[in-house]
Design a protein around this ligand. Structure first.
Ligand code: FE2
Length: 177
């Protein structure tokens, strides 16, 4: 992984650079989801992170399939936005003593990450179209985009409470329950 300026001459180069960043993002999130599943004390949230970890492993394979369709070896390019999102979360890991506060922080951090992932895949697909790349490259990425959108909806449902109860009523340690 180079710290140097990325050389981009055309849309295909841009696509490859973005794909390398997305590959790094998904691999980092596999580890982060494992950590968050272990640290969250709310059952729904912990199980949700564990399920999304397994989904993320499949997303890694889909990104590898896109590299394969391009005839390239999967390569990581350090994704500094993901580094920032994870560094922000780590600052709270040790310092939050209230379960409800920590679970809520994890939930909103997960939503922020999911939105970034969705934006990344949307950007990749725009660049793929400009680069005239085929369905063998774009289809695995479209599948990831759909899955991220589904995960975002699940996380939002945890906040809203589909049964009319809010997150605050269901998280342990809530003063309002
Ligand atoms: Fe993902």
């Amino acid at each position: 992984m180079s710290d140097h300026q990325t050389e981009v001459r055309d849309f295909r180069d841009l696509f490859v650079a973005e794909l390398e960043g997305v590959y790094d993002m998904e691999l980092k999130l596999v580890d982060a989801l494992e950590e968050m599943s272990g640290a969250a004390t709310n059952d729904n949230l912990s199980k949700g992170f564990a399920i999304h970890r397994t989904e993320t492993e499949t997303q890694v394979e889909h990104v590898e399939a896109a590299f394969d369709a391009l005839g390239r070896e999967p390569t990581r390019r350090d994704n500094r936005i993901v580094d920032g999102l994870l560094a922000e979360r780590e600052r709270f890991d040790a310092g939050v003593s209230d379960d409800a506060v920590l679970n809520t922080y994890y939930l909103t951090a997960a939503i922020a990450t999911e939105r970034f992932e969705i934006t990344s895949y949307e950007g990749l697909l725009v660049t793929a179209e400009q680069a005239n790349l085929g369905a063998d490259v774009t289809e695995p990425l479209e599948r990831n985009l759909e899955q991220e959108a589904k995960t975002l909806r699940k996380l939002q449902a945890l906040v809203e409470g589909t049964d009319g109860r809010t997150l605050w009523d269901r998280l342990p340690g809530s003063k309002r329950s």
